[in-house]
Design a protein around this ligand. Sequence first.
Ligand SMILES: CC(C)(COP(=O)(O)OP(=O)(O)OC[C@H]1O[C@@H](n2cnc3c(N)ncnc32)[C@H](O)[C@@H]1OP(=O)(O)O)[C@@H](O)C(=O)NCCC(=O)NCCS
Length: 319
Amino acid sequence: MKGFNTEMNAEAIATEHAARLSAADSLLPLSEPLDTFAEGPVFEVTKGDSGATGRATHTEVTPDISYSLWRALKEHRLSVRLAGSQSDELLGDLLVRWDEYLTSVAAPGDWDTAAVVVRPSRDTIGSAELLRHGFAPVRVLAVRPADRLAASGPPAEPGVRIRPAEAADHDTAVRLHTELLRYDAEFGGVSVRASATEILAAEVAGQIGRGNPTLWIAELYGRPLGLLQIQLPPESDWVSSYTRADRVGYLTTLSVAEQARSSGVGSALATHAHQLFDEAGAEAVLLHHALANPRSTPFWCSQGYRPLWTYWQRRPAVR
Ligand SMILES: CC(C)(COP(=O)(O)OP(=O)(O)OC[C@H]1O[C@@H](n2cnc3c(N)ncnc32)[C@H](O)[C@@H]1OP(=O)(O)O)[C@@H](O)C(=O)NCCC(=O)NCCS
C-alpha cells in the first residue's frame, strides 16, 4: 500500500483505486465504465493515508419501457473510488454523506425509488459498511470468458430440439418471459408492472423473424418449454465497457417452464447460446442474474459464469 503524507486528492485516489481493481480482477475494464461523464454531486472524504470519492447520479424511466421491468423507476447511484488502508471506514462516511443528500431528493418509503452502488465483485472493500447501511447484494453482472471450460453438466437430453422462434411462438415466448419476471421478482431488482405483458409482447414481436435469429425456442418432445434471447455484437456493445474483453456478447434471457426444469433444457439452450457467441467471435459473454435466485445462481456458475460487478441495492432509497 502506497503511503501518503498529505491528504489524498481525487487524482491520487483514482489512480490507486484503478491499480487495485486491475490487480483484483483481470476481466475488469482498465478505466471506469459507469459514470465518467455523469453529472451529479461529488463527495470527498479523507483520513490519514486514505481517501474516497463518490459521485451521486440519478436516472428516471417511465413504466412503458422494458428497462422499467428490471429496476425502480427512480434510481439513485453512487459510484465510488477508494484508496488507502482505511477505505472501509471511508466508504461508510461516503454513505452517510450520500444518505443526507438522498433524504433531500427522494421521497421516504417510495417503493419505486432505489439507491444502488455497483461495485467490482472481487473488490470487496466496504461490503460490511454497505450491509450496515441497509444495502443488499441483489444482482450481479456475470462474465464467462469464451475459453472457459464449464463443468460437464447434465447428460444431453435426447428429446430437446432448439430452433429459432417463429410467429406461432409469440404467446409461448411472452408466457416464458413473464414466468421468469415473476420468479425473479422475489429476489429484488425486478418490478412486475401492470404494463409487463404489453411490453414483453412488443419486445418478442420485435425479435421474431430476424435474419440472424436472436430468440430461440427449446422444444422437449415437441412441446415449446424453453426460451433463449441473446444479443450479438454490435447489438451487445452497450455492455462491453464493463469488461476488458474487446468483443462481448450478452445473454438477455433464459427461461425454462416450471414443469421442465432440472431436466437439461436450460443446459441445452446455454450450450446453443455459447456456440452462437463463439461463431460471432465473442471473447466473453456477460449476463445479469439475481444473486438470491436459487436456480439461476448455481446454474450460471456451472455454466462457467462468475460475478464481475455486484449491484448493492436499498429499496426504497430512503426508508
Ligand atoms: C435457471 C434455469 C434456466 C435452468 O434451466 P434448467 O432446465 O432447470 O437447467 P438444467 O436442467 O439444464 O440444469 C440443471 C440440472 O442439471 C443437473 N446438473 C447440474 N450440474 C450437473 C453436473 N455437473 N453433472 C450432472 N448433472 C448436473 C442437475 O440435475 C440440475 O438440476 P437441479 O439443480 O435441480 O439439481 C431454469 O431453472 C429456470 O428457468 N429458472 C427460473 C427462471 C430463471 O431463474 N432464469 C434465469 C434467469 S437469469
